[in-house]
Design a protein around this ligand. Structure first.
Ligand code: SF4
Length: 252
């Protein structure tokens, strides 16, 4: 299969979905993050999932969710290129928080055989690599849900400065209860609840993704400056509109 066939086409949200997201954002304005989550639980019911990278800040949102419902589906994309520290951090947090529905999703072996048989696609084409290792598996994993919770924050990068609390993206609504949080807020919450830190934070990593595409971040840089350093790429594609398998016709 040609690499360009890996492009995950985006679907523009319908006006109805955008309106639903706007209305929810208005209701959520001024609420604490935990109350925004409760609003999302009430509104979406079993159509809601949390997507977590089990990265630098993930413990906060996972803890908040565990306080509401430990059975909420938590989707974790194991790209096959993650740091071992992230996998161990995931296991420690799952045990500590008593989460009972964590779904570790991997790229489909057949697709990897087709497009990344030697595991070096990241070196030649990061968009295609993120497509097969992140976007496609997440698209499958979320196909049964109407909405998903993310840990994104406005301060993380200029590209996230206008992040809404609820946003229509593709065919789903994304919930961003920590949109207005700063790094200090996150650290204060983590300490207040005695949550474990991702071990790589102490080594200068502020945003942690796959090993080949994550670098340390210097003081004064955006938190995400170490992701795909030296490239124009700023997002892996999962926040650019999930089309789903039926729509993108990739046939996986
Ligand atoms: S972050 Fe890098 S290694 Fe991970 S899926 Fe994307 S390109 Fe591949």
């Amino acid at each position: 299969m040609a690499l360009d066939a890996l492009d995950i086409s985006t679907i523009a949200p319908t006006e109805a979905l955008k309106s639903e997201a706007r209305a929810l954002s208005e209701r959520a304005e001024g609420l604490a993050a935990g109350d925004i989550l409760k609003l999302a639980f009430e509104h979406f019911g079993t159509g809601l999932a949390l997507v977590s990278s089990f990265g630098a800040d993930s413990a906060v949102l996972l803890h908040m969710v565990s306080e509401i419902d430990k059975t909420l589906p938590v989707v974790f994309i194991d790209t096959g290129k993650l740091f071992g520290e992230t996998l161990r951090h995931r296991d420690a947090l799952v045990e500590r928080l008593g989460l009972t529905n964590v779904r570790s999703v991997k790229p489909q072996p057949k697709r990897l055989e087709e497009v990344d048989p030697d595991g070096t696609l990241w070196f030649r084409n990061t968009d295609a690599c993120c497509g097969v290792r992140k976007v496609e598996p997440l698209s499958f994993a979320l196909s049964e849900f109407d909405a998903w919770i993310t840990g994104r924050k406005r301060h993380q990068a200029v590209t996230r400065a206008n992040l809404a609390l609820f946003e229509a993206d593709g065919e789903k609504i994304k919930v961003n209860p920590l949109a207005g949080w700063t790094s200090r807020d996150v650290e204060a919450y983590r300490l207040a609840h005695d949550l474990p830190a991702h071990p790589l934070v102490a080594e200068g990593y502020k945003s942690i993704g796959c090993m080949p595409c994550t670098d340390r971040v210097a003081d004064g840089e955006d938190e995400r400056a170490g992701r795909w350093r030296g490239q124009a790429k700023t997002e892996c594609g999962i926040h650019l509109g999930l089309a789903g398998r039926e729509a993108n016709g990739s046939g996986i």
